[in-house]
Design a protein around this ligand. Structure first.
Ligand code: ZN
Length: 496
C-alpha cells in the first residue's frame, strides 16, 4: 500500500504538492517537501498528478476477446478481408471457428458475401464481427453452425430473410447478437483470464473504473472474477431487460456492492441500431434505398416507458442506447414522461431542440468521441447535411448537459486517452478536424472521464503522468505515458 506521494504537480499550473493516503482515501494535501521519504512513499519527481480515469461504456468480455481476434480494422474492401481470412485459415486448427473483428463495410467498393469467406476458408467456419458489433458476416459453414433458423431453413424452404443471409452472410442487430453470444461460449476460466489481462492493460492506461455493459448476466461473472482475484478496476455492470426480473428478485439495484470493487450499474436498454449498419433510428430517411429507410426503433415508446418506470421503481438507474436523432428524441420523451433522469448512451445524432432537454431532464450524455473520428466519412454519407449535429459534444455542453466519455470497447480501444484526444481534437493523424466547432477542451474532457478529485476525503484513485494533459497536443494525449495508477491507494500499474 502507498501511504504518500511526494512532489507531484497538480493540473492547472499549481505549486507541487505532497499527498498523504490512508484507508484508500486522500487524507492530506501539503506543499511539496512536507512529507518525508520512506516505505510506501512514492517520489513523483515533478510528474503530474490527477484523478484516475473511468471508461463509462465498455463491453469488457467482448473487448477481452477482441484483443485476441483477427484484426480487420484496416481492411478497405471485402476482398481484403477475405485475404486476411485466407492467411488465418492456413494457421487455424481443424474445426476451429475463425473469428475476426473490427471491419467497417459501409464504404467498401465490393459487397461482403458468404461465398467470399467460403472460398477463403473452405475448411473452417468464419464469423466476422463489425467494428460497431451490430453486424456479423458469416461463411456458409458458420451460418449452419451458429444460426439455427438457417440450418433449419436450408433443410426446407427458406424464409426471405434467411435466404438473404445465405447469400450475403450478413446478419444484423439481434440476429448478429445471437451469434456473438455463442462466441462468448468460451469456458469461464478462459474468458476470466482474458478479462483480467485486458483490465490490467486498461489500468496501465490510467483506468481505475469501467461501466461494463456486456450483454450477459454480469453479476455472476463479476462475483466469480473477484473471487478469483480480479482487482485491477472498479466495475459497475449493466443489467439488460431480459435479466431485469431476475435482478429484481435478487434485490439488486444500482449502487449495490456485490463484491469488492464491483457494484450494480444501470438497466441498459438498446432502442435503436447503429450508424454503420444504417439501423440508427433517424428523423430523416437514409439517402439510399432500404427496407427500413429511417432505421430501426427496436423498443417503441409504448414498451420503453413501462420498462424504464418499472426499473426505476426497483432502484435502477436508467441507461438508454440511442444513436439516431429519432431514437434520442423518443428516449428523451420517455424520460420526461416518467419524470426520471438517466443516461443516454451514444447520443450521436441530435435534433437541435433536444440539446437543452438533456440538462432539463437530468439525462447524462454518455458519448464515445473516437466514434466521431472513426465514422466521420460514414456520417457524411448516411447523415448528409446533418453532421454538424452529429457527435456534438460542444453543443451538448453549451446546452448545460453533463457529459461522460467512454470507448464502447471493442468499438474503440479501451483507452480513455484516445477518447480525450478525440474529444478535444476531433481528428487523428494529419487529417483536418471533423467539425472542429464541436470539440471540447482538455479540461472538459478530463472532467467527463473522471469521477473524483485530487482532494482530501476523495478516493485515492490517482495517476501520475509524464506530460501535462491540459497542454499536450492531440498525439501526445493519445499516447499519454502513465507512470503510476493507484486504485484506492493500491498500485494497479507502475512504470516508475
Ligand atoms: Zn456499447
Amino acid at each position: 500500500m502507498i501511504t504518500a506521494i511526494r512532489d507531484a504537480r497538480p493540473l492547472g499550473g499549481h505549486a507541487p504538492i505532497d499527498v498523504s493516503i490512508a484507508d484508500g482515501l486522500i487524507t492530506g494535501i501539503h506543499p511539496a517537501g512536507t512529507l518525508a521519504a520512506g516505505e510506501g512513499v512514492i517520489d513523483a519527481a515533478g510528474r503530474w498528478i490527477m484523478p484516475g480515469l473511468w471508461d463509462e461504456h465498455v463491453h469488457l468480455t467482448q473487448w477481452a476477446q477482441h484483443r485476441r481476434r483477427l484484426d480487420l480494422e484496416g481492411a478497405s474492401s471485402a476482398a481484403e478481408v477475405a485475404s486476411i481470412v485466407r492467411d488465418a485459415a492456413a494457421d487455424a486448427a481443424p474445426g476451429e471457428t475463425i473469428v475476426g473483428g473490427g471491419f467497417r463495410d459501409a464504404l467498401w467498393p465490393d459487397a461482403p458475401t458468404a461465398a467470399l469467406l467460403d472460398a477463403a476458408a473452405p475448411d473452417h467456419a468464419v464469423v466476422l464481427v463489425s467494428a460497431d458489433v451490430h453486424c456479423a458476416w458469416l461463411s456458409t459453414a458458420a451460418l449452419a453452425r451458429y444460426v439455427p433458423a438457417y440450418a433449419a431453413a436450408s433443410a426446407g424452404s427458406q424464409g426471405a430473410e434467411t435466404a438473404d443471409a445465405a447469400v450475403s452472410g450478413l446478419l444484423r442487430e439481434e440476429a448478429a447478437f445471437a451469434v456473438t453470444r455463442q462466441l462468448d461460449g468460451a469456458p469461464d476460466d478462459v474468458l476470466d483470464r482474458w478479462v483480467d489481462e485486458a483490465a490490467r492493460e486498461a489500468a496501465a492506461r490510467g483506468v481505475v473504473g469501467v461501466v461494463d455493459l456486456e450483454m450477459r448476466w454480469n453479476r455472476d461473472d463479476w462475483a466469480r472474477r473477484v473471487e478469483g482475484g480480479f482487482d485491477a478496476l472498479r466495475v459497475e455492470f449493466g443489467v439488460y431487460p431480459q435479466h431485469l426480473d431476475r435482478a429484481i428478485e435478487l434485490g439488486l439495484r444500482s449502487g449495490l456492492d456485490v463484491a469488492e470493487g464491483v457494484r450494480v450499474g444501470p438497466l441498459k436498454v438498446i432502442t435503436d441500431g447503429s450508424l454503420n449498419t444504417r439501423t440508427a433510428y433517424c428523423c430523416d430517411p437514409y439517402p439510399e434505398e432500404s427496407a427500413t429507410p429511417y432505421g430501426v426503433l427496436t423498443v417503441p415508446p409504448c414498451d420503453l416507458e413501462p420498462l424504464l418506470a418499472r426499473a426505476a421503481e426497483a432502484g435502477f438507474e436508467l441507461a438508454v442506447h440511442a444513436i439516431g436523432d429519432g431514437a434520442n428524441h423518443t428516449a428523451l420523451d420517455v424520460f420526461a414522461r416518467i419524470g426520471r433522469g438517466g443516461r443516454i448512451e451514444h447520443a450521436q445524432l441530435l435534433r437541435p431542440c433536444d440539446f437543452p432537454r438533456f440538462a432539463a431532464l437530468g439525462v447524462v450524455a454518455s458519448v464515445q468521441p473516437e466514434h466521431a473520428v472513426d465514422d466521420r466519412d460514414v456520417a457524411e454519407r448516411f447523415w448528409p447535411g446533418r453532421t454538424g449535429r452529429a457527435f456534438a459534444l460542444r453543443s451538448l455542453l453549451d446546452a448545460g448537459a453533463r457529459l461522460v466519455l467512454g470507448s464502447d470497447a471493442p468499438v474503440a480501444p479501451l483507452d480513455p486517452w484516445v477518447s480525450i484526444a478525440a474529444a478535444t481534437t476531433r481528428t487523428r493523424g494529419d487529417r483536418e478536424p471533423f467539425h472542429a466547432e464541436q470539440s471540447i477542451t482538455p479540461h472538459e474532457a478530463l472532467a467527463a472521464s473522471t469521477r473524483s478529485l485530487v482532494a482530501v476525503g476523495e478516493p485515492a484513485d490517482l495517476l501520475l503522468v509524464d506530460a501535462d494533459p491540459l497542454t499536450a497536443s492531440g498525439d501526445a494525449l493519445r499516447s499519454m505515458p502513465v507512470a503510476l495508477t493507484l486504485l484506492g491507494g493500491r498500485p494497479t500499474h507502475s512504470a516508475l
